[in-house]
Structure formats: structure tokens, C-alpha cells
Write a protein that binds this ligand. Structure first.
Ligand SMILES: Nc1ncnc2c1ncn2[C@@H]1O[C@H](COP(=O)(O)OP(=O)(O)OP(=O)(O)O)[C@@H](O)[C@H]1O
Ligand SMILES: [Mg+2]
Length: 353
């Protein structure tokens, strides 16, 4: 649904060049919720602004729903109408809502419809339908100043849906909201994704957002995508930074003569009592240093950091056993400096059982 290839963006800033995007290849499938995460300055907003051509890419291509937007943008005034139409099929939600304070809620939602040339009863009917969809039918005549942050963002989402978009882009839509409001806005995005088959590309710097609603995710650093995939794929990728962030398993090596292993449970293997089998088969005591489990796309996925007695050489066979059971088993470097120090994640009910 969204493909960027070799996308670069270089800003000219006071005579200096700033490379915000450095060859980004992104693939978002139809109907998925895709999260892009990264630190401040990584290029996340530049990416999203280049995807809907709010910002002109320096090079590379952007294709949305099979249409090459960069080609349209390059073809001058005559393609302008086509580009405007294509862009109206891309909804955009902003961190600070960007509502017009002087217009009431309904008029804010009607604004893009006005621009699309929808008039009279059709326009107000559509706006009211959209407000109903986001749970704000009773606020049509209220002004933005009379709404909570979460309500304002719902108006922003209703407005973004005015052109019946296939794609919704969201740049930090929940960063200005408290955790509970964040959850309800994320739930709304998830519902819209499922009800309308809307593809959602969202930018966030909060791993929790990715964990709550994303099917796939990418990690951006210095204008590049350094990791990407479905959440399941990421979790099964040894050494994946996103996987560690999504499922921090905490705990570090407690001393020499110990081997610390990160085990990722995935699919069928997640339902088997593998750790107790390992312990019984090799008659070894296993310490669990940390664990986290979650249901992603209906499948139970989790990670566990375990400690086995003895050095790595002595544990080759037990680690092989884990891998034979279909688990991902990754040995954590004993060098303390290379082990990310994280607070252990609380065990969920599934693990405690
Ligand atoms: N209009 C601009 N002119 C010049 N430089 C810019 C412009 N917009 C962004 N940049 C620079 O491009 C780089 C990427 O910025 P961008 O806003 O895309 O990052 P971000 O990942 O969205 O960060 P944040 O999490 O803080 O929103 C930064 O170094 C930024 O200073
Ligand atoms: Mg940004």
C-alpha cells in the first residue's frame, strides 16, 4: 500500500545541508498498522511528510496505493489536480491536532470536504457520520477550546477520514495525551483499521504504542531504517534491537561460569513446557532472569532470559536442544558492557502459570 524506495531528503539550512532521510526503503502492506520508531532527529517526521508530499523528497520514489506520487509531483501544474486527489486519499493526523479554534467541531471536519468540492447537505451528513464514527456525535457544535486532548484528536482523526482515505498517516498522534487517553485513541485507530480496512502508518517514539497496535514496525536511526518486519519476525531475529525494546527481558549475567541465553517463544513452541524439559533432560538448574509475554496477532509470543550453569562451551548441547524445539536461543555476551541494563519486566499471568 505504501512503498518508498531510495527515499532521501536533504534540507538546506542556513547554508548547511542536513540529510534527514538517507535512502529509505519502506514497505507497508495493505490493511496493516505499521509503526516507525526512532529517537528525536532520526527522520521520522521527514519520512511521513515526504510520503504525502507535504515535503518534496530530494530523490527516490513514493508509491501509495499503486500510484507514484513523486512522478505526479514532478509533472508540473497539469498533474497538480491528480496529485491533490491522490493526497486526499491519504489522511494525516498530527501531534498537536491542528484544529481551527474559530470553527466548531463539525466545521473543522467539513473543511477538507469543502476543499474536495462537497457542498450542502452531503457535506454536513458526511461530517456528522465521521463524528459518529469517532464517538463524538454529541460534540458537533462545540469549539476545539471546549474539548479534552483526546476529544480534539478524535476530531483530527474524523477530519483525516473526510476524503475516504485508504491510508492514514499519524505523526506522534498520542504524544500530547495522557496514558489512558492514549490507549483509547490507539484503540480507535485499531478499530478504524479493522472496520474500514484502513492502512495505518504511525510514527512514535513510544515502544508501548508499537506493542499495543502495530502489526509491523521499523526502527529509524540517522535517516535510515535499520530494522523492519512484522512483530513476529522481529522477535525471531537474533540481536534485534526492536525485539529487545518490545520485550525487555532484563537481568544480566551474575558471574563467571554462567551462560545467559535469551529465548524467544514463538508459535507452537510457546505452548510447550520447554524450560522444564530442558532442566529435566540435562539435570541442570535454570534461573529465569526475566521474561515478558504478549499476544501478538492472536499468537502467543514471548522472550525469556535464562541462566545456565557453566560456560558457553559446556552448554552447547542444551542450547541446541532449545533450538531443536523450535525456539530462538541467543547467547548473551558475558561482557557486561555489551549487555543492555534494563529493569526486569514484570511477569505476566501467562508466565506465572
Ligand atoms: N525544515 C527543515 N529544515 C532543516 N532541517 C530540518 C527541517 N526539518 C527537519 N530537519 C532536520 O532533519 C533531521 C530529521 O528531522 P525530523 O523532524 O524528521 O526528525 P524526527 O525523527 O521526526 O524527530 P522528533 O522525534 O524530534 O520529531 C533533524 O536533524 C532536523 O533538524
Ligand atoms: Mg518528528
Amino acid at each position: 500500500m505504501i512503498t518508498t524506495s531510495g527515499l532521501t531528503k536533504v534540507y538546506q539550512s542556513r547554508g548547511r545541508e542536513v540529510t534527514a532521510l538517507d535512502g529509505v526503503d519502506l514497505h507497508v502492506r495493505e490493511g496493516e498498522v505499521y509503526g516507525v520508531i526512532g529517537q528525536s532527529g532520526a527522520g521520522k517526521s521527514s519520512l511521513i511528510r515526504c510520503i504525502n508530499l507535504l515535503e518534496r523528497p530530494t530523490s527516490g520514489t513514493v508509491t501509495v496505493a499503486g500510484q507514484d506520487l513523486t512522478a505526479l509531483a514532478g509533472r508540473g501544474r497539469r498533474a497538480g489536480k491528480e496529485l491533490r486527489e491522490a493526497r486526499s486519499r491519504i489522511g494525516m493526523v498530527f501531534q498537536h491536532f491542528n484544529l481551527l479554534a474559530s470553527r466548531n467541531v463539525q466545521d473543522n471536519v467539513e473543511l477538507p470536504l469543502e476543499i474536495l468540492g462537497v457542498f450542502g447537505k452531503d457535506r454536513s451528513r458526511k461530517a456528522l457520520e465521521l463524528l459518529d464514527l469517532v464517538g463524538l456525535a454529541d460534540k458537533a457544535k462545540a469549539y476545539p477550546g471546549q474539548l479534552s486532548g483526546g476529544q480534539k484528536q478524535r476530531v483530527g482523526i474524523a477530519r483525516a477520514l473526510a476524503g475516504d482515505p485508504k491510508v492514514l498517516l499519524s505523526d506522534e498522534a498520542t504524544s500530547a495525551l495522557d496514558p489512558e487517553t492514549t490507549r483509547s485513541v490507539l484503540q480507535l485507530l485499531r478499530d478504524l483499521n479493522q472496520q474500514l480496512g484502513l492502512t495505518v502508518l504511525l510514527i512514535t517514539h513510544e515502544m508501548d504504542v508499537v506493542k499495543t497496535i502495530c502489526d509491523s514496525a521499523a526502527l529509524m536511526q540517522k535517516g535510515r531504517i535499520v530494522e523492519s518486519g512484522t512483530v513476529g519476525e522481529l522477535l525471531a531475529t537474533p540481536g534485534s534491537e526492536l525485539a529487545h525494546e518490545l520485550f525487555p527481558v532484563g537481568g544480566t549475567a551474575s558471574g563467571p561460569d554462567r551462560t545467559v541465553v535469551d529465548v524467544t517463544f514463538h508459535g507452537e513452541a510457546a505452548t510447550q513446557p520447554v524450560i522444564s524439559q530442558l532442566s529435566r533432560t540435562y539435570n541442570i538448574d535454570i534461573s529465569i532472569l526475566g521474561a515478558a509475554m504478549d499476544t501478538v496477532g492472536g499468537n502467543q509470543i514471548g522472550r525469556m532470559r535464562i541462566e545456565l550453569p557453566g560456560r558457553f562451551e559446556e552448554n552447547v548441547v542444551p542450547i541446541g536442544f532449545l533450538r531443536e524445539q523450535g525456539l530462538q536461543a541467543e547467547v548473551v555476551e558475558q561482557d557486561a558492557a555489551s549487555i543492555p541494563v534494563q529493569t526486569p519486566a514484570p511477569l505476566t499471568k501467562e508466565v506465572a502459570k
